[in-house]
Write a protein that binds this ligand. Structure first.
Ligand code: SF4
Length: 294
């Protein structure tokens, strides 16, 4: 299989077959991000011949797979035609394939019409994961995410119209010290207008190679305490009034938990309250500073 650099996939895609169709990220500018720094270029699209070789290999080792997850930071940036070609090629080798997922940026949807999205949905593209991180415009602008909260609403409504399901990644701690109570409420206002099937919360961990680390050194930004981050996550859970699945999974979260909203809301809130009771800031901070890799 052709894989370049560290391969990232959402925790809930653990049972999907992974295939590289892009490597790196077209944006590569979010201040907190260090995910693709070991890729020797900013972004690369895999040639179809390379994708076909990997599909042949997948066919030999697991011909019955039903879901493919295309790796790379944002394969959904590829043109509609290219994504169609990939799906059609995959179906030639994997007869039982029913769905295809990938990471996407909000900006990847800009140039896809509702008709394009419906075509892609018909070919199996579904449950894509969008790293929106927040719906707060101040945090989006400071972190250089490259889109606004209005863009999130407009583009995700196109996905809703095409019946293409999507998950959100939320980045706990993105607002900075003292700003989370307002920021997370603005985020809930945006998320509550949409239909993410899952809201997956990661927790901000600042690494020295990130641009955000430099901002902190220059005194332009202050990190939230771990207690503030957990309180922020609790406020998000309290404020979501849509039906969704909330998941705090992966290494960035010292404690992993998940549940349905609204059914399990009280259980999730209680989990966080218990953590806040049992662990003081020093103990929580120990975990963060010793987290060598996400
Ligand atoms: S957070 Fe996502 S979009 Fe931003 S630079 Fe990292 S991989 Fe690219």
């Amino acid at each position: 299989m052709h894989f370049t650099g560290t391969i990232w996939r959402p925790p809930y895609e653990a049972w999907s077959a992974l295939i590289q169709v892009t490597a790196g990220c077209t944006h590569h500018s979010c201040k907190f991000c260090t995910l693709y720094e070991d890729v020797p270029f900013k972004f690369r699209m895999s040639p179809l011949s390379e994708i076909e070789e990997d599909l042949q290999e997948l066919y030999m080792s697991m011909p019955d797979i039903t879901r493919l997850f295309l790796v790379g930071a944002n394969p959904f940036v590829l043109s509609t035609q290219k994504l169609k070609d990939i799906a059609n090629l995959a179906k030639q080798y994997l007869q039982r394939l029913t769905s295809i997922g990938c990471f996407a940026r909000i900006t990847d949807i800009y140039n896809k019409s509702s008709a394009d999205l419906k075509d892609l949905r018909a070919l199996g593209y579904n449950r894509i994961t969008i790293g929106v991180e927040t719906g707060d415009d101040e945090a989006l602008a400071f972190m250089n995410k490259g889109y606004t909260s209005n863009d999130i609403i407009e583009q995700c409504k196109k996905l809703d119209e095409a019946n293409m399901e999507y998950n959100f990644f939320y980045l706990t701690g993105i607002y900075g010290k003292g700003k989370s109570p307002e920021g997370v409420k603005r985020t809930a206002e945006i998320f509550n207008q949409l239909n993410p099937k899952l809201v997956g919360a990661s927790m901000l961990t600042v690494y020295q190679s990130s641009e955000l680390f430099g901002e902190i050194q220059r005194g332009n930004w202050q990190e939230e305490s771990e207690t503030e981050k957990l309180t922020e996550m609790r406020t998000l859970i309290e404020s979501l009034n849509i039906r969704t699945h909330f998941a705090a999974l992966g290494a960035s979260n010292m404690f992993n938990f998940q549940g349905r909203i609204p059914e399990d809301r009280d259980i999730l809130i209680n989990e966080i309250n218990e953590i806040l009771k049992k662990y003081n800031e020093d103990k929580l901070r120990d975990y963060r500073v010793n987290l060598k890799h996400l």
